[in-house]
Design a protein around this ligand. Structure first.
Ligand SMILES: *[C@@H]1O[C@H](CO)[C@@H](O)[C@H](O)[C@H]1NC(C)=O
Ligand SMILES: *[C@@H]1O[C@H](CO)[C@@H](O)[C@H](O)[C@H]1NC(C)=O
Ligand SMILES: *[C@@H]1O[C@H](CO)[C@@H](O)[C@H](O)[C@H]1NC(C)=O
Ligand SMILES: *[C@@H]1O[C@H](CO)[C@@H](O)[C@H](O)[C@H]1NC(C)=O
Ligand SMILES: *[C@@H]1O[C@H](CO)[C@@H](O)[C@H](O)[C@H]1NC(C)=O
Ligand SMILES: *[C@@H]1O[C@H](CO)[C@@H](O)[C@H](O)[C@H]1NC(C)=O
Ligand SMILES: *[C@@H]1O[C@H](CO)[C@@H](O)[C@H](O)[C@H]1NC(C)=O
Ligand SMILES: *[C@@H]1O[C@H](CO)[C@@H](O)[C@H](O)[C@H]1NC(C)=O
Length: 379
């Protein structure tokens, strides 16, 4: 018989196995003065979705007060609402993504007090992996213009679907079930969140709320809670989250009909685009706004963008203790190293749920590879 002193340490490592993948431990918190430290700024115009946006660098974001931490300690990510632009110009705005990647067994929680809205505005809180679109994309929300509802979606390789049988319980409304990026110009499997407090003015008037995205072994689930209804487990500070206490999600993509190997570790992204393939589509634009997306808004009165900002209390990431390496935070770059980064495929995905741009993005990537190949050959 083993002495008790030995039996107990042997049992302790087995204890987590009794959890059924519903408990998540805090991994990283993005909040307060250091909010922006571990994010990359796109620092280029929107070269992927035809938007009339210039995504600024961290330096410009700070100096023009487009990406900064306000007096309340909340992160602000906004569109320039002070500059009157000349015809042909694009407007400054922000697109950032986490340095860290989030794989199977991770969960992320965004506590926001304001989300962007207004005619020509296309905000999104989403994630993707470098070899987009084949490596999978999770959209916690995106919407355009003055649309009353936001949408959630997955975009994957062919073969993943949203289970639309009654046994899959969630509160959102299904718009499409094929998650393949090859289906219907990368529409994705889309669920609408019809809760009027989840977006735009309704969200702000309610004091905001919390979005939870779980990339768990049983599937991908998204919850939304308005400020007055945030469950206790999400108010647990740096304590654990028990997803069983979150109730029925607003969207649920079970692993039974979607092979989660299709979703590679994800960079989390926040961006605000202007017009472009989704907000600027004339049919979609006319549904909630009048006039011309570019002429009347992007180069129109800058006050159009007074409501086009995220105000974020915190973004916290968590992992399932059975997947201790679900979240990987890369080491800080070697600042003494002068060489430019090596091209490793497309570092930034096009956009959440964008339709009809894949061919273009792939062609651009091929040209980039060809160009690098030629340069290497010349050297
Ligand atoms: C999505 O589905 C909802 C509910 O069925 C419907 O009202 C809405 O028009 C659909 N939206 C799109 C873009 O198909
Ligand atoms: C919106 O979500 C909140 C929970 O966050 C809920 O209390 C409220 O009833 C929902 N409203 C509608 C119209 O579904
Ligand atoms: C809060 O976290 C602690 C440990 O981190 C856990 O024991 C407790 O059950 C959590 N409470 C809720 C309400 O989830
Ligand atoms: C998680 O929450 C559920 C539902 O409230 C509860 O039955 C279960 O005991 C909780 N798990 C832990 C480990 O606290
Ligand atoms: C899921 O996809 C991976 C990678 O493509 C593959 O190796 C695996 O066999 C698939 N699993 C199932 C159950 O289809
Ligand atoms: C611009 O938007 C901010 C909110 O993000 C607001 O406080 C400000 O008054 C707006 N107008 C100007 C001219 O800065
Ligand atoms: C950082 O870069 C310098 C200069 O290229 C190199 O000597 C050094 O080994 C690098 N350090 C690491 C940790 O890669
Ligand atoms: C778009 O700009 C980004 C950032 O400069 C760059 O990494 C990417 O290769 C560009 N993509 C295309 C398709 O031009």
């Amino acid at each position: 018989m083993l002495p008790l002193g030995l039996v107990i340490p042997l049992l302790i490592p087995l204890l987590p196995l009794t959890f059924a993948h519903n408990i998540y431990e805090l991994n990283t918190e993005y909040a307060g003065p250091t909010f922006f430290d571990e994010w990359g700024f796109f620092d280029n115009f929107d070269n992927l979705t035809e938007g009339s946006a210039i995504y600024v660098s961290a330096q410009v974001g700070a100096s023009e007060k487009l990406a900064f931490v306000n007096e309340a300690g909340n992160a602000i990510i906004k569109v320039d609402n002070t500059t009157k632009l000349k015809d042909g110009a694009f407007r400054n705005t922000v697109r950032i993504q986490t340095n860290a990647v989030h794989g199977l067994g991770s969960l992320w929680v965004a506590d926001m007090v304001h989300v962007p809205y207004g005619c020509s505005v296309w905000p999104a809180w989403w994630s993707s992996a470098p070899s987009w679109p084949a490596s999978g994309e999770i959209d916690t929300f995106e919407y355009v213009n003055l649309m009353p509802n936001g949408q959630m979606a997955l975009h994957t390789l062919p073969g993943c679907t949203l289970d639309d049988s009654p046994s899959n319980k969630f509160t959102g409304l299904i718009n499409s079930t094929d998650c393949s990026f090859e289906f219907n110009s990368n529409q994705g499997c889309v669920v609408q969140n019809t809760n009027s407090t989840a977006y735009g003015e309704g969200f702000a008037n309610a004091g905001g709320g919390v979005f939870v995205t779980e990339f768990g072994v049983d599937g991908i689930s998204i919850w939304f809670f308005t400020r007055s209804a945030i469950p206790a487990t999400l108010q647990n500070g740096t304590g654990d989250i028990n997803t069983t206490m979150l109730g029925t999600p607003v969207a649920n993509f079970p692993a039974s009909t979607c092979n989660l190997s299709f979703i590679e570790p994800q960079h989390l992204t926040l961006n605000i685009d202007l017009c472009g393939a989704f907000a600027g589509d004339p049919t979609i634009f006319a549904q909630t706004c009048s006039g011309s997306c570019y002429q009347d808004y992007v180069i129109g009165p800058p006050s159009t963008y007074d409501t086009a900002y995220f105000e974020i209390k915190s973004i916290r990431t968590y992992h399932d203790p059975l997947f201790p390496n679900a979240i990987v935070i890369p080491p800080p770059p070697n600042i003494t190293q002068a060489a430019p980064p090596i091209f490793t495929g497309q570092p930034f995905a096009a956009a959440p749920g964008v339709q009809g741009n894949i061919g273009w993005a792939l062609i651009c990537s091929l040209f980039a590879i060809l160009f690098l190949g030629l340069t290497e050959g010349l050297l």
